[in-house]
Design a binder for this molecule. Structure first.
Ligand code: GLV
Ligand code: MN
Ligand code: MN
Length: 412
């Protein structure tokens, strides 16, 4: 039976991990940054070495294809992929594994002379982690980019998307042109580490993903009054930070109590102005993220959190502004792709478990235009979005072989 070369895949994982490598392990490689652009150049050269046709679209998505020179409706491709950008201080497998395993699958199919009825392609989607806009590259590819919003899209630290793309030689205004021709993709399947503890703790090698959570991000600005931190009597202070802190604790409680057990919440961005210890904070800003696999639950929670922010603000004499930054929708994975992954597990004698994905993925955009699905391998200790994220070599080999046989089935 055809199988991947684990050593070649591992060597490529380690080679890619050099771009943006941190001294203590892990990697910082945000999309459009200099290390990201070096990684893109390296990836294009690896795709060519594997004998694939390559191109980069106006959203910066990188493609390598076997049996096709581009994407066209007459000869729809079976597509795989993931992303090579990372969160700051992230791990070396989140995203990279799916791209490099896809490359390895196409490499081994070409080397072995295996014929498939449909062409195959692997994609590295831009800005999956959403520094400038969540799932940016796949959103452009699937025709979901709002052209009017492009000039104002920016990272939370204020860097505009257009500036970051220009630095890398791209024109943000052209990104919507990355939209794939209708009917050009037969199916999409993405291999990823689970990024949580469920597979590892169950001792099961593969997850067949049946649905992917939606992620909402809202920027909340609390405005009080900057004042002398020594002389202003405590009862007269309008401290914006304390309102933000009360909201943060309340929102967590609300999501845990009313989220149906599968909703989560996080506040990972906090700014306090003017940010010195002898001034009562006059303004505090948060980015509040919420996730759920159920769209109705997510909408209900978002509304309840906005109401909470207003209630806290009114009680404390603090102005509150809530601005929705992004919202991805939860999706169901394709039954056809799930069946193909299960079939590959059976062929390889591997057990599997069906799971929903608690992380967001490009596969959820692809689900809007084609049959789309995912498979996971265990993350050791469930660790991810941290420098010690890892999966063992045998798990990587199993995942890549399941991907290989899923692709062969879908391309038959
Ligand atoms: C992607 O890694 C996410 O934040 O879910
Ligand atoms: Mn990630
Ligand atoms: Mn990822």
């Amino acid at each position: 039976m055809l199988s991947v070369s684990l050593s070649r895949l591992q060597n490529r994982v380690l080679a890619l991990a050099r771009f943006g490598a941190l001294p203590g392990g892990g990697v910082t490689r945000m999309c459009w940054s200099p290390p990201y652009e070096e990684a893109r150049t390296w990836l294009l050269s690896e795709l060519k070495t594997a004998g694939l046709a390559t191109w980069v679209d106006p959203a910066g998505n990188v493609f390598g294809a076997l049996g096709a020179e581009d994407l066209r409706p007459g000869t729809p491709v079976v597509l795989t992929g993931s992303h090579i950008d990372t969160v700051p201080e992230g791990g070396i497998l989140d995203g990279a594994l799916g791209v490099l395993a896809g490359l390895e699958c196409l490499h081994v199919i070409r080397e072995s002379g295996t014929r498939t009825a449909r062409p195959l392609a692997v994609a590295a989607w831009s800005d999956e982690e959403g520094r400038y806009g969540s799932l940016f590259g796949s959103r452009a590819f699937c025709g979901r980019l709002d052209a009017a919003a492009l000039p104002t899209m920016a990272a939370v630290d204020g860097e505009p998307l257009a500036t970051a793309m220009a630095r890398a030689g791209f024109d943000a205004a052209r990104a919507p042109q990355a939209r794939a021709p209708e009917g050009a993709v037969h199916a999409y399947v993405e291999l990823h580490i689970e990024q949580g503890p469920r597979l590892d703790e169950a001792g099961v090698p593969i997850a067949v993903v049946d649905s992917i959570v939606g992620v909402r991000r809202t920027r909340l600005v609390f405005t009080g009054q900057a004042d002398h931190a020594g002389t202003t009597p405590m009862e007269r202070r309008r401290d914006a930070f304390l309102a933000a802190a009360e909201y943060s604790l309340g929102a967590r409680e609300l999501v845990v109590e009313r989220g149906g057990g599968r909703s989560v919440t996080n506040i990972g961005v906090v700014y306090v102005h003017p940010g010195v210890s002898n001034i009562v904070p006059g303004r505090a800003e948060l980015v509040h993220e919420m996730r759920s696999p159920d769209p109705d639950v997510l909408e209900r929670l978002a509304q309840a959190c906005e109401a909470l922010a207003r209630e806290v603000g009114a009680r404390r004499g603090i102005g509150v502004e809530a601005r929705r930054m992004s919202a991805t929708i939860p999706v169901a994975c394709s039954a056809k792709v799930q069946a193909a992954v299960e079939g590959a597990c059976k062929q390889l004698g591997l057990g599997w478990k069906t799971l929903y994905s608690a992380a967001g993925h490009d596969a959820q955009n692809l689900a809007l235009i084609t049959d789309s699905g995912m498979l996971f391998i265990p993350s050791q200790g469930g660790k991810s979005h941290r420098v010690d994220e890892t999966s063992d070599a045998a798990a990587i080999e199993r995942g890549a072989n399941v991907l290989l046989h899923t692709l062969l089935t879908l391309a038959r």
